[in-house]
Design a binder for this molecule. Sequence first.
Ligand SMILES: C[S@@+](CC[C@H](N)C(=O)[O-])C[C@H]1O[C@@H](n2cnc3c(N)ncnc32)[C@H](O)[C@@H]1O
Length: 326
Amino acid sequence: MNVIAFITFAVVQILFIPLVIIGLVMVFYKQVYVSKKLDVASTAVEVINGRWTMHVFGLREDEASCRLNRVLPNNSLFGLWLILFPSYLRYRMSGQTHGYPAIPEREKEGLSHLVTARTVYFDQLIEKHIDSIEQLVVMGAGFDTRCYGKFKHKQIRYFELDQVNTQKLKISSLDKAGIDISHVNFVDVDFFAECWYAKLHQAGFDPGKKTLFLWEGVTLYLDERSVRQALREIRQHSALGSVVVCDIYANRFVEGTYVSGMKSSLKVLKVTGEGLGFGLNLSENAVQVLSDFMASEGMLMKERYLMGEKTEKGIFMVVLEAIVTN
Ligand SMILES: C[S@@+](CC[C@H](N)C(=O)[O-])C[C@H]1O[C@@H](n2cnc3c(N)ncnc32)[C@H](O)[C@@H]1O
């Protein structure tokens, strides 16, 4: 069956070449130019597309992402289907995914696994704490749907933080998709501005309650000062034992030197004002570098996923869990 699936895939893929090109143009236009027109984050579309793909290919259930993705004005699901249809056919025939999307062995990740593997690692860390927290703060939430799926618990207070236009678009799209948002407090923030915490507090955040701060795919768009500022605000205003789950990128990734050709693709991010900024030197002693960085802001690093460590090119980013200690 695998051979038949492969031959069918190869033939359909060749026939589909013009359609794949059309699909790429449709997705690119919506993601980059429509996002720019609406002044919302285009990178958030990239992430929800990755999660939608994982759902469609049976790697991770995420009904809410599928429903939300269907109504986003800055995405083309039709275009995405044109790109992925040959692979989908192969997946349906063989029952397995090949190439993309995939979740490789831990530490053997490449750049194509950035969203898929990262999402799974964050899920694992959320899972670890979900039963012991009282508040969940999703920082730079984009089109993340964790507050609307299996992590939606009655006893938890939910907060989503993002820039004003991206957040407005998310709220109206969730509404259009018929997804209940009554349990979520939305707070518009800019991590470059000082004291975003005051807004979170106004929205009902209780600094005495154990909280999980989920900060996925955001630090790389900031600078060191604002990343430190955010960690400091968390430390100053949250109960001991609260947890930060975030990802930190290698400076080779942020500078576009991790693989050849990366610099030109990073230029596209500048169209929507989402250029990369913050990274650390993770080429040597990454664990020490990260644990020193978190400790310098009063946090104790625990679990970490060193993405790419067992590959020739080495680490490109790390998903980590840190406990607020003082
Ligand atoms: C790649 S998306 C990740 C979205 C989400 N965390 C997820 O995993 O689906 C980056 C998000 O960070 C937000 N972001 C970037 N810079 C920000 C800033 N200065 N203040 C607040 N949010 C910011 C963007 O609006 C966008 O939603």
